[in-house]
Design a protein around this ligand. Structure first.
Ligand code: CP3
Length: 345
């Protein structure tokens, strides 16, 4: 078993830097595109054999040090009674958005064992076969709420913020339901065998620190606290979160994921030595010639500066159109360069 990733999450010294990629399974892969001609994305998520097969693809092809369960953040929402679909090129769409207390009551409590057996089956199948750790995940309450309230993707999150600031009781009721569901779902994934979890609060960077403290933190903290005793590394990631990094640490993360808008060493300075850091090559770099990719990847490793507890990743998901060969070479480069650094005292 290759446990480099788990050791880095625990900030132990490793002989080289582990690497995996958000969206390491997806449209940039010929095999994935072929499969998607026959199945919808949610069909793949709901069929353990297909989900497991897609999860394995990048592990075999790229040599990454961790697998991430193939699923989507909307899968539990659908199981809670929300009519949600994923539109290609756009993202999750909810035709009847939630904007009142009555609407919030449409959100059923989640019982993962009965509502999402296929996810847990996929995990149980995968941990048998994988020789790298499997990461489970969930969307965080704010990011999930943003899709439920907006009805789809958003730039300004205006409706979400209007609800949050204008109908605080409704907001907190919504976030409480989501928080309970996320905690139950992540606990079930850990029980089924994942050895780390990532909480994607992808869009929380839209908020300032004051709103984070008042409207998000009370609902995220119980998730991280509720997982603490289970002993698996807890990764907390968001986009554009430079101003929220210490807060995302303080809710109880073991690893904070950062995007490329903040230099890795600056993020680490701010976070201090008590937490591992994941990131943060700009995914668009992979569309450039190899020389550029190599230079920028070395910059990320330099930013980590040989500290223990660096998990190399992109600052967000792999973009469609990324050449698989570039990712494969990047994994090799991160392994080689970091191993060489360790060898020099
Ligand atoms: O390999 C992996 O990372 C695991 C699979 C994974 C998917 N979605 C599969 C997927 C993960 C971890 C997610 C999480 C997810 N889904 C997030 C949080 C992470 C992030 O990217 O910030 C969010 C915000 C979503 C919502 C969502 N689902 C979006 C924005 C999209 C893209 C829409 C588009 O067409 O560009 C999806 C669809 C989706 N989920 C794809 C994949 C591989 C796209 C491919 C497809 O439609 O088949």
């Amino acid at each position: 078993m290759n446990d480099l990733f788990l050791r880095a999450c625990r900030r132990e010294a490793t002989e080289r830097t582990p690497v995996w990629f958000m969206r390491q399974a997806g449209r940039y892969q010929q095999e994935y595109r072929e499969l998607r001609k026959r199945y919808g994305i949610l069909d793949i998520c709901r069929t353990p054999e297909l989900a497991a097969q897609v999860t394995m693809l990048p592990v075999e092809q790229l040599g990454v040090d961790a697998a991430i369960l193939f699923s989507d953040i909307v899968v539990p929402l659908a199981a809670m009674g929300i009519d949600v679909r994923i539109e290609e090129g756009r993202g999750p769409m909810v035709d009847s958005p939630l904007r009142s207390t009555g609407d919030v009551e449409r959100l059923r409590a989640l019982e993962p064992e009965t509502d999402l057996p296929f996810v847990l089956d996929a995990i149980r199948n995968l941990v048998e076969d994988l020789d790298v750790p499997l990461i489970g995940f969930s969307g965080a309450p704010f990011t999930l709420a943003s899709y439920l309230v907006e009805g789809g993707p958003s730039r300004s999150f205006a409706r979400t913020k209007a609800l949050m600031l204008g109908q605080a009781d409704t907001w907190h009721a919504l976030m409480e339901r989501l928080s309970a569901a996320v905690l139950a779902f992540l606990r079930a994934q850990i029980k089924a065998g994942v050895s780390a979890i990532q909480v994607f609060d992808s869009w929380v960077g839209a908020l300032g620190p004051q709103d984070y403290d008042e409207f998000v933190r009370p609902h995220v903290r119980p998730i991280f606290r509720g997982l603490e005793s289970l002993g698996v590394p807890r990764i907390h990631f968001g986009v554009g979160t430079e101003g929220l990094l210490t807060r995302m640490r303080d809710v109880g993360a073991d690893v904070v994921g950062v995007d490329w808008r903040v230099p890795l060493d600056a993020a680490w300075e701010r976070l201090g030595p008590g937490v591992a850091v994941q990131g943060n090559l700009d995914p668009a770099t992979l569309l450039a010639p190899w020389e550029v990719i190599e230079r920028r990847a070395r910059d990320v490793l330099d930013g980590a500066g040989g500290r223990s507890g660096h998990v190399f990743n992109l600052g967000h998901g792999v973009l469609p159109g990324t050449p698989p060969e570039a990712l494969r070479r990047l994994v090799e480069l991160v392994h080689e360069v970091s191993a060489r650094e360790r060898a020099v005292p």
